[in-house]
Structures are given as C-alpha cells and as structure tokens.
Design a protein around this ligand. Sequence first.
Ligand code: PXG
Length: 289
Amino acid sequence: MKIYLDGIFVEKEDAKISVFDHGLLYGDGVFEGIRAYNGRIFRLKEHLERLWSSAKAINLTISIGQKEMEKAVIKTLIVNKFLDAYIRLIVTRGSGSLGLSPKGCVPSIIIIADHISLYPEESYDKGMEVVTVSTRKIRQDSLSPNIKSLNYLNNVLARMQAIKSGAMEAVMLNAEGYVVECSGDNIFLVKKGILYTPSSTDGALIGITRDAVMEIARNKLKLTVKEERISTYDVYTAAECFLTGTAAEIIPVIAVDSRQIADGKPGNITLELMKEFKNLTRSTGTPIK
Ligand code: PXG
C-alpha cells in the first residue's frame, strides 16, 4: 500500500512523521474521511471545501490548492489500483518545538487509501442498537463541531463507552442535554412521515452524507425535512431512526437505550433512502480517470 506524504508516494512501512509534529503532540491538525465507489470519488469537492474550512478555522495554511489536492487524492487511488476505497486525508500542523505555539511548524499532507467496514453487514439488514452516553459534545462556544480536527478524544471516549455497554455507536448529547449526533455519524428520525435531524446550532457536524440524505428526501422522496432540536424522548418515540456517515453510509437503528424503535425493524423511509443513496454513490462523483 502506497501512502501520499507531502507530494511523494511511500510504502506504508515508510510513511512516518516526526514525533515533534503538533498533530501528535496536541491533536493540532484537520482531516476528512472520503469514499470512492467503483472508480468515482463521492462529493470530493464538498469534502475538500470542508477540509479547507476546518483549516481556515484553526489558522492552518494548506500548502497546495484544492485542485492540486483533488489530483493528489485521485493519484493515491491510481497508484494503489483502488476503485473502491475509504480515503483518509490529513493535514497536520507539522513538526515544531515542544510548545503549544505552532510557530515554525510546516504543515504536512497525508493521504491514505484503504478499505473500511464500519459495521457488520447484518446490521444494515436488521438494524442496530445504540446507546446515549455520559460523554457530552464539547460546547460549540469552545470549539465548533464543524472543525474536523485531529482532536477526537471526546468522540473516542463516547464510542468506548457505547462499546462497553454492548452497542456499536454512541448517541451524544450537548451540554443542555439535547440529542446532537453520534460519535462518528449523524442521526435522523422519522415521525409522522417527516424527517428530522438535529441542527448545526445544536452542535451537529454538517455531514456530507447528512446533506446527501436531506437532498434525496426532499427531491426524490418529496418528504418534509426539518433541522430541529431533538430530545431523547423524541428518539425513543420515533417511527424510524437511522445514522449517516461516510464510512457507515446509512444504517438503520432499531433500539436506543433498550427502547425498541417502532416494531424493531428498519423503517420503510430508511430503506428507501438507503436504496436511493446507493444509486447516488454509484452514479455520481469525481471519476478517477
Ligand atoms: N459526525 C461526526 C462527529 C463525524 O466525525 C459524521 C458526523 C458524518 O459526516 P460525513 O461527512 O462523513 O457524512 C462524522 C464523520 C469512524 C469515523 O471511524 C467517522 C468519522 C470520522 C472519522 C472516523 O467512524 N465521521
């Protein structure tokens, strides 16, 4: 496997960065998780746009332009002969001194193309169970949820807690106790035929998959979609629930905190969205060649 590291391709074993990199020392850096399906990279421009916004927000200058980054991502798939892949794009603050100040750091760009299977195939057919955890989302007046930074400890702790209680994903609440998202996925509910998802103002990341699902729901399924404040009560009493993310795609949720959602089977709107999302990922995107 070949890794893109600052403009050159190196073997996985040789893809190394300095122990003085502030990405390692302080989680100072940004990243994106991107998918390629059958030779097309899904919403690449949107991912790069978000990466650039994350970088801008932490005052990190990416040394190449978006067009060049696009080419680098495509090249990474080509040299690895991947048509389907999970792409992790990372920009670290770079190597500097043992102090918080990024002065003197030169950012590094890393592109890894690999395969990822987040949840077992069975969970897509039968749905999965999730739990709310005590680890709260970081207040957005401290750190915006839209900065996809290398500092994911909050989410890692939430995921660990969920796994400890036998679930694969954690539902996270904000400081006020409202449902925001999961540790690595956005959350959606269906109630009386209306699709709901927590708003960005409540702390949800504006997920690329979330955006795609909202578009499909509005334009293809002609559903009303609302970004609203959601409580655990709303989740427990929903007709349908599902999660979205680049790695997870769309995954049905059939129980939350031991409360079965409706009849405990993936809902019809969820199944319809899964089908349409699959069509979209297989028919659109930046071609590799
Ligand atoms: N919320 C959070 C907090 C995320 O990190 C999403 C939602 C979904 O966004 P997209 O744009 O992918 O639809 C994410 C992204 C993992 C993993 O291993 C997941 C993400 C990032 C890194 C690792 O599950 N999710």
